[in-house]
Design a protein around this ligand. Structure first.
Ligand code: FA5
Length: 357
């Protein structure tokens, strides 16, 4: 007997491999699988025809057929993997959302911008004015002991002046109270102590920062606001230096059209003391809701440093004199940008914020 039944095996295999390669989709592959390698495939018919061979010939022919089937099966497996991958890619491509198209299609997505906030911008502008006048910029803690916030500033416990500041207490009493600073004036104490320790007087500095008071927010007040403190300690400093500094600052920051005035005031840590006011920029002095119809807005307090404060930090009041001031930064922003109600600064209304971005 010859192995005649397999005379065209190679041709069959080539045709089957070409047919596998020509499959274009998973669906086609699944539909074609029975005719390529199933019971009615050419390879199965050849298998059946081996029955007429001698056992020895059948073994050899069987081995050839098995190898042929292995090659077609492998080609099918590789094709299936490729078609599955192609199907997944097509699915992903169909799902792809081109945001560029969305924007180009008319939905404008505004880009974010760095937004330091109007108060921070005002702080930088104020710092710049004071640096131009020879001050350096310093920093101080927002959490203070009773001593720094009050006692060293000549406000002993139970002093009636403590009522000037409605205080947030973090710890009450022993060994001493800890507070959220009610003003930036405690930074004066830190700087003077350091200057004494380092023997580095004279001192000319401004110290901006956040302060806290149990104030009910209204058109001119917030519970968390900002001040910029100023201090000068030198030889022969007089009230005229203080008045000149404040006048120079007002002109530089608010321009020549805005008037300023100092009114007698009271602070336990300065003597004499004054309150510093400017013409209300919203009504130009006519009187409005923001300035409570007075035509003036208080920006801060100031005065000559009280000898009791020099005593507390170990500065010889016989040799040194000085002045200090503390202005509200939020108040300056409000006046400079004619903001009728200070609460706008913390409400985060984008229409308001956008004006300063
Ligand atoms: C003081 O805080 C003194 N430490 C200022 C000072 C410094 C006097 C150095 C003498 C020497 P006063 O409580 O008046 O003072 O506050 C000063 C300014 O801070 C006010 O004029 C106002 O501009 C601002 N300010 C005070 N409280 C608030 C508040 N709740 N919200 C917004 N701004 C405020």
């Amino acid at each position: 007997m010859s192995d005649e039944p397999l005379a065209h095996l190679d041709t069959h295999v080539e045709e089957l491999l070409a047919a596998v390669e020509a499959l274009n989709s998973l669906e086609e592959l699944i539909a074609s699988e029975p005719s390529l390698v199933g019971k009615r495939s050419v390879l199965s018919s050849l298998q059946k025809s081996l029955g007429s061979l001698s056992p020895e010939e059948r073994r050899d022919a069987g081995a050839r057929l098995q190898e042929a089937r292995r090659r077609v099966d492998e080609a099918l497996r590789v094709r299936r993997v490729a078609l599955e991958q192609a199907a997944r890619d097509a699915e992903l491509a169909a799902d792809y959302l081109d945001l560029g198209d969305v924007v180009a299609g008319g939905v404008e997505v505004p880009l974010g911008v760095g937004h330091p906030g109007i108060v921070a911008l005002t702080q930088y502008a104020l710092e710049e004015v004071f640096v131009g006048m020879g001050f350096r910029v310093e920093d101080g803690p927002e959490v203070e002991s009773d001593w720094y916030n009050f006692e060293a500033l000549n406000i002993p416990p139970a002093h009636p002046a403590r009522g000037m500041w409605d205080t947030f207490y973090l710890e009450l009493g022993e060994p001493e109270s800890v507070v959220l600073r009610t003003h930036t004036s405690p930074t004066q104490i830190h700087l003077m102590e350091r200057a004494v320790a380092e023997n580095s007087l004279p001192l000319h500095a401004v110290m901006p920062g956040r302060c806290y008071r149990r104030d009910t927010p209204d058109a001119r007040h917030l519970a968390s606001f900002h001040q910029i403190e100023g201090i000068v300690v030198d030889r022969g400093i007089t009230f005229a230096d203080l008045a000149g500094t404040i006048d120079t600052f007002t002109r530089a920051y608010f321009g020549p059209d805005i008037d300023s005035r100092l009114r007698p005031g009271y602070f336990p840590f300065t003597e004499p003391s004054a309150e510093f006011e400017i013409t209300c920029t919203l009504c130009r002095g006519e009187g409005c809701r923001t300035c409570s119809q007075t035509g003036w807005i208080e920006l801060g307090g100031c005065g000559m440093i009280d000898p009791a404060v020099f005593d507390a930090v170990g500065i010889d009041a016989g040799e040194w004199s000085g002045f200090a001031f503390g202005f509200g930064i939020d108040r300056c922003a409000q006046m400079r940008h004619e903001i009728a109600d200070m609460r706008a600064l913390i409400e985060n209304d984008v229409r308001f914020l956008r004006q300063f971005s």
